[in-house]
Design a protein around this ligand. Structure first.
Ligand SMILES: CCCCCCCCCCCCCC(=O)SCCNC(=O)CCNC(=O)[C@H](O)C(C)(C)COP(=O)(O)OP(=O)(O)OC[C@H]1O[C@@H](n2cnc3c(N)ncnc32)[C@H](O)[C@@H]1OP(=O)(O)O
Ligand SMILES: Cc1cc2nc3c(=O)[nH]c(=O)nc-3n(C[C@H](O)[C@H](O)[C@H](O)COP(=O)(O)OP(=O)(O)OC[C@H]3O[C@@H](n4cnc5c(N)ncnc54)[C@H](O)[C@@H]3O)c2cc1C
Length: 670
């Protein structure tokens, strides 16, 4: 049996085989050496005190105990951040993803403060005037007030224009009157709202001078700061057990003619003057949706990080786990030696890289658009909305599928909560729904694509992410197949262009045969989702490849090689996944497909010796991984046994239910 500090021998061997400089890859993924050092500094300060290991794992606790424990740990972590981390790193790091991720060492599920930092604070920053920010932001950052983001209602989540909560301005008292006129108008789902928050951002239909001006955002105090009692006119509570997010106290909220001061309307993009006059900043109609765009952008990085955690667990476990025999009497192989296992796992490593690099690129695009908007230029917002929508949709959906694949790769032990894989799955699968459902967001991107297609058709030069549409109108016939990275990307762009073109044709044909535009669009939505997915795939492939070329320019040879192998694996994998599309939109032959398959299998063999090194390069500390199967030292079986000792069911040799129920049953006659 390995001792506590000894590394499992198979894992130690894997690390000896690794032929590249792991730190170099970590720097690339983190966005530079300085960022890695900063992250490590934050982790050291926050976690070297021992994080906050529970005596009894949180999964054994009752709902009330779990919530209390989550609040206890959120407060510990917040104090560490306020008093120790920010002292060193500066206040500008307050909302950084690093701090969010370090917090994972404290929670298997989720912090009840996540929505405070993830959406309440960003809505103050993005939707309030400078004067309002001066009032609210310092108190929110200092946790003097704790907020939630209450937009979704029992009756409507997707269709924001259909929200029913009203905010009616009363010029007599210079207040807004918040009201929930129906059951379906009750706010539903907001994280942190049920028991934790004393304030929240409320999205409501604004009425003034007898006219509805659509949804706007308001800061609303819902609980007394001393007693935490709901204020008169506010009805608030927790919505009940969920698949995941069980420590996030997702809540409901209703108002009975509840009054708030006029200045509690977030007024950066529109104002209601004292006399009730409505003034809109005439820039873009959807600026009040800005907090959602921000979160969608950050979710691409979240998808990458959680997938990196899952694949770190699964690859280390697969190096430790031995099963079956290849030849009679031979030593059982590590399951990582099975090509089918490599097929399950290496695509997960490559995808985590693809999403991480795409997330950084998207973040840069987001900050560039923000800078333009500050100057009054909103021309680039539609492209950002289209990009953030489809990238959020695809990254969360792929990460969900691959985290589940990592669980499959760990066999029975992966099903244990102590592996952390079920928690990761339950957390990430929700990201496919919240902040805009997968289908709904792809249809938003499709709107943009159809418009871009029409512009390209009329000879206009379109924006960079759809520039391939201009090429579509200048080339005849199918795209020539070319098995280089650039060639594969070009073919994927042709697939997207071809699919968008089919959508446009379908819509036009339907209109010609008598349908109105809305019905023609509706009947084409299955194809439109498919076209938006193809477009997004091409964006990810393109970005991943471009970023690897750019970022490895000065890398050592072995780092260049292994990162190239991964990006080639990614391109080849998706080409094989989409052979139907490739046959339809390019000149690829059966022989080319056979070559791709062989190339894919050869890449699995090449990547195999570096697999453990590659997951080590994600550099995720054991405290954050929280997994019996995935720790750095590979003490898988020992940790599973240690976990058994923590099981309260094992405290007594005989369970009381034996005498109460089982024994009488055994004694009873038929
Ligand atoms: C610290 C780090 C933390 C990180 C972790 C964070 C964790 C966070 C945890 C989070 C937990 C979960 C928290 C939560 O879940 S919070 C709740 C999140 N809810 C949603 O995301 C709801 C999703 N629904 C919508 O966004 C809208 O209703 C949609 C978009 C579907 C329709 O909307 P609407 O019916 O109004 O519009 P339209 O379809 O008529 O289109 C009209 C035009 O508007 C354009 N348009 C639409 N939207 C945008 C936009 N945004 N920017 C720019 N433009 C936009 C659009 O392209 C179109 O343009 P055109 O085609 O006419 O030119
Ligand atoms: C864990 C979790 C946390 C959340 N946290 C918050 C929070 O903090 N604050 C908050 O305000 N909200 C929150 N939400 C709510 C979340 O944002 C919504 O659930 C989400 O936007 C989806 O909306 P919906 O539930 O109304 O789904 P629906 O819109 O009812 O979707 C149901 C189905 O209908 C389909 N559909 C709907 N409209 C269309 C359409 N136009 N075309 C084609 N198909 C369509 C969808 O694709 C989906 O398959 C949270 C949700 C979850 C699960």
């Amino acid at each position: 049996m390995t001792s506590k500090n000894k590394i499992n021998e198979d894992l130690a061997n894997e690390r000896r085989k690794c032929n590249f400089n792991i730190e170099e890859v970590t720097y690339i993924l983190d966005g530079g050496k300085e960022k890695t050092l900063q992250r490590k500094k934050i982790e050291d300060v926050a976690l070297n005190g021992g994080a906050s290991v529970d005596d009894i794992p949180e999964e054994y606790l009752s709902a009330r105990e779990r919530y209390e424990n989550a609040i206890r740990k959120s407060c510990i972590y917040t104090n560490i951040v306020k008093n120790e981390v920010l002292e060193i790193t500066g206040i500008e790091n307050y909302g950084s993803p690093v701090l969010r991720r370090t917090g994972d060492a404290f929670f298997k599920d989720i912090s009840p403060f996540m929505l405070h930092l993830g959406m309440f604070v960003p809505s103050i920053i993005g939707q309030c005037t400078a004067e309002q920010q001066a009032t609210w932001l310092p108190r929110a950052l200092d946790m003097k007030i704790i907020g939630a983001y209450a937009q979704t209602e029992l009756g409507h989540g997707t269709f924001i224009r259909g929200l029913e909560t009203t905010a009616t301005y009363d010029p007599e008292t210079e207040e807004f009157v918040l009201h929930s006129p129906t059951i379906t108008s009750y706010k539903w789902w907001a994280g942190g709202l049920g028991r934790t928050a004393n304030h929240c951002t409320v999205v409501a239909q604004l009425y003034t001078q007898g006219k509805c001006h659509g949804t706007h955002l308001f800061i609303v105090q819902i609980r007394d700061l001393e007693t935490h009692m709901p204020l008169p006119g506010v009805k608030v509570g927790e919505i009940g057990p969920r698949m995941g997010f069980n420590t996030a106290d997702n809540g409901f909220l209703g108002f009975n003619n509840y009054r708030i001061p006029r200045m509690n309307m977030m007024m950066k993009n529109a104002q209601v003057l004292k006399d009730g006059t409505y003034v809109k900043a005439a820039r873009h109609g959807k600026l009040t949706y800005g907090t959602m765009v921000f979160v969608r952008v950050t979710l691409v990085g979240e998808a990458s990080f959680n997938l990196a955690k899952a694949v770190t667990i699964a690859v280390r476990y697969s190096a430790v786990r031995r099963q079956s025999e290849l030849r009679p009497g031979s030593i059982e192989p590590q399951i990582l030696d099975y090509p089918t296992q490599q097929h399950k796992l290496f695509i997960c490593i490559a995808t985590a890289h693809a999403f991480q690099l795409t997330a950084s690129w998207l973040w840069n695009t987001f900050t560039a658009v923000q800078a333009e908007m500050k100057k009054g230029n909103v021309d680039t917002l539609p492209e950002l909305h289209a990009l953030s929508s489809c990238l959020k949709a695809l990254s969360t959906s792929d990460a969900t599928a691959y985290i589940e694949q990592c669980r499959f790769a760990c066999g029975g032990h992966g099903y244990m909560l102590s592996s952390n894989l079920p928690f990761l799955y339950a957390f990430v699968v929700a990201t496919r729904t919240y902040e805009g459902d997968y289908t709904v967001l792809l249809l938003q991107t499709a709107r943009f694509l159809v418009k871009a297609w029409e512009q390209a058709e009329s000879g206009k030069v379109v924006t960079p992410t759809v520039a391939y549409l201009n090429r579509h109108f200048t080339t005849n016939g199918k795209m020539i197949w070319d098995n280089s990275p650039e060639g594969i990307i070009r073919v994927f762009q042709s697939v997207a262009a071809g699919k968008i073109s089919l959508c446009v044709r379908s819509i036009r044909n339907r209109i010609t045969s008598g349908m109105d535009h809305e019905d023609a669009w509706l009947m084409t939505t299955v194809q439109l989702v498919n076209a938006a997915e193809a477009h997004c795939r091409s964006v990810i492939l393109h970005t991943y490849w471009n970023e690897i070329v750019r970022l490895t320019k000065h890398s050592s040879d072995n780092v260049k090689t292994v990162l190239n192998q991964l990006v080639m694996l990614y391109l080849t994998y998706w080409a094989l996944e989409r052979t139907g599309d490739l046959l339809r939109y390019s000149t690829i032959s059966e022989n080319d497909i056979d070559l791709l398959q062989r190339q894919y299998e050869e890449l699995l063999v090449k990547i195999r010796p570096n697999a453990v090194g590659l997951v080590d390069a994600f550099d995720i500390r054991d405290e954050i991984l929280q997994s019996t199967l995935g720790s750095y030292d590979g003490r898988v079986y020992e940790r599973l046994m240690e976990e058994v000792q923590k099981n309260p069911l094992n405290k007594e040799p005989v369970d009381p239910s034996f005498h109460k129920y089982l024994k009488p049953l055994m004694k009873s006659k038929i």
